[in-house]
Write a new protein. Structure first.
Length: 142
């Protein structure tokens, strides 16, 4: 529980930095993640036994949104976040195929993968600043 709370705080800080320092594409990605985080809290009670289909649906929509942004814009943090979201979706399907796996194992897998998304959010802030700097330097070159 404490780890989840710390991760949510870190994600909020990273998303605020993306809103502040990022471009439109970064703000859209951060907005998707904020919306998905809130939606997953609301959808968490929707479950069938060990299968949390509410959270799986939210993660599916987040994956599709991040994948769309990564296709439309040139941000590698969004692409890698979409890849991690796809892995999280795979973890959501484990109870469907193997009901003997404990729920805490699945939560641990998803939290581990989500830690990677959190790291990518902070790297996205760096990418946005680097992109802005490189564009400025390119504009100055003769």
């Amino acid at each position: 529980m404490l780890f989840s709370l710390a991760l949510m705080v870190l994600n909020a800080v990273a998303c605020l930095l993306l809103f502040w320092r990022g471009g439109v594409e970064d703000r859209l990605g951060a907005g998707l993640i904020i919306i998905a985080t809130v939606a997953e809290l609301v959808a968490a009670p929707l479950r069938n036994g060990a299968w949390a289909y509410g959270a799986a649906g939210v993660n599916l929509l987040l994956f599709l949104g991040l994948w769309y942004l990564s296709e439309r814009y040139d941000r590698w943090w969004q692409f890698l976040s979409a890849v991690l979201q796809l892995a999280i979706l795979g973890a959501h399907l484990i109870p469907v195929f193997s009901p003997v796996i404990r729920e805490w194992t699945l939560v641990t897998i998803r939290l581990s993968l989500w830690s990677g998304v959190s790291l990518l959010l902070f790297l996205g802030v760096w990418e946005a600043a680097s992109d802005r700097r490189f564009r400025r330097e390119r504009a100055v070159e003769p």
